[in-house]
Design a protein around this ligand. Structure first.
Ligand SMILES: Cc1ncc(COP(=O)(O)O)c(C=O)c1O
Length: 410
């Protein structure tokens, strides 16, 4: 009898299972629209040219070594990360009330933030503070906060399936009704999975209620630059909330906008009332990191910080990010045009209205099943597709597959 005999088999993580099924599929026209990673028009992963360049600089740099980094991370990476989120002239940075923690990807940043909030926010070890995540959301949000110990994780209204857009009234109503001091996880831009963000006017309404009702803002920023091709535009909501005086967290991921998925580069930016509150907060975060991964890895952080801290490399990075964003925008235009040309029932304006990596097609679970089984086009059960999986050579096939799914399967 094994000591592991009573361990139940956990279900696989949907998006990784989808990729495994895709790999086993021998069909010549198979397409993977599941996993959230950029692909070139040849359907290949892309190492950003600026990343390749900086990797060479790192190899050649005799001054670098593999000593441990400080627990909170590489100093020049930390300051550059906050600056890219909050902007060059950020008053909060000048006031010395912004700091943070280098983390293992955006996920690590969320986890350190969640762990800190459970330990120290709204009382000590208050596992009853409600944590609100959008309905729907990136599926890991629920588990990250649950594993950090929060017992009351609730959905807030976000997606209006009938109008294929934001359910603003539902969202504002949830903000009004949430118990004071609840935590709200907000997608900073390019909402995953719906690709639907509030407008600036809508963000202002959200901010007004959150301030009045003392709700905690936890931004998840996994797609800065990827949404519009413009880093500043994509950080507008974050900067607006900071200008409104919120103390808040921002979980930043450099996985998508640097194409550094497996290097696990993320950062938790903390904006506090003043430097004194910031120091105590960071001192507790240091304790959490010490027992979690002790201190972070350097390679990805070096790549990001060397890029962000050098004007020429920074300009090159922005152009690389724009290349990715523009390709996605082009695929959106073309997919919509092709569906319209095929006369596919329904409106397809949402394909171009949504932004970022994903599109929430509106295909129902049966239509998704059909797409996978009959067409070998792999997508999430929610109907979410990764727009980066579309290319000049497969877009006709994908449009026809969607058309067939919509017309043959109800
Ligand atoms: C909304 C959202 N948050 C966080 C993450 C996590 O990013 P990372 O891979 O850097 O942990 C993702 C990745 O897909 C995401 O979509």
């Amino acid at each position: 009898m094994s000591v592991f005999g009573d361990v139940p088999l956990a279900p696989p993580v949907a998006v990784f299972k989808l990729s495994a099924d895709f790999r086993e599929d021998g069909h010549p026209q198979k397409v993977n629209l599941g996993v959230g990673a950029y692909r070139t028009d040849d359907c290949q992963p892309w190492v950003l040219p600026v990343v390749k360049k900086v990797e060479r600089l790192i190899v050649e740099d005799a001054g670098l070594n593999h000593e441990y980094l400080p627990i909170l991370g590489l100093p020049e990476f930390r300051s550059a990360s906050s600056k890219v989120a909050l902007g060059d002239g950020s008053a909060a940075i000048k006031d010395g009330r912004v700091g943070g923690v280098q983390a293992l990807g955006g996920t690590g940043a969320l986890r350190i933030g969640a762990e800190f909030l459970r330990r120290w926010y709204n009382g000590v070890n208050n596992t009853a503070t409600p944590v609100y995540v959008s309905a729907p959301t990136w599926e890991n949000h629920n588990s990250v906060f649950a594993d950090a110990g929060f017992k009351d994780i609730r959905p807030y209204h976000y997606w209006d399936a009938a109008k294929r857009g934001l359910d603003l009234a539902g969202l504002l109503d949830d903000l009004e009704k949430a118990p004071e001091h609840s935590v709200f996880v907000l997608h900073a831009c390019a909402h995953n999975p719906t690709g639907t963000d509030p407008t600036r006017e809508e963000w202002k309404q959200i901010s007004e209620i959150m301030k009045r009702r003392s709700l905690f803002v936890f931004f998840d920023s996994a797609y800065q630059g990827f949404a519009s091709g413009d880093l500043d535009k994509d950080a507008w909501a974050i900067r607006y909330f900071v200008s409104e005086g919120f103390e808040l967290f921002i979980a930043q991921s450099f996985s998508k906008n640097f194409g550094l998925y497996n290097e696990r580069v993320g950062y938790l930016t903390v904006v506090a009332r003043d430097s004194e509150n910031l120091s105590r907060t960071l001192s507790q975060m240091e304790k959490i990191v010490r027992t979690t991964w002790s201190n972070p890895p350097s390679q990805g952080a070096r790549i990001v910080s060397k890029t962000l801290n050098c004007p020429e490399l920074f300009a090159e990075w922005k152009s690389n990010v724009k290349t990715m964003a523009d390709r996605v925008l082009l695929m959106r235009d073309q997919l919509k045009a092709k569906l319209q040309a095929l006369g596919t029932p329904g409106t397809w304006d949402h394909i171009t209205q949504q932004i970022g990596m994903f599109s929430f097609t509106g295909l129902n679970p049966k239509q998704v099943e059909y797409m996978i089984a009959e067409k070998h086009v792999y997508l999430m059960a929610s109907g979410r597709i990764n727009m980066c999986g579309l290319t000049t050579s497969n877009i006709d096939y994908i449009a026809q597959s969607i058309h067939d799914a919509v017309t043959k399967v109800q």
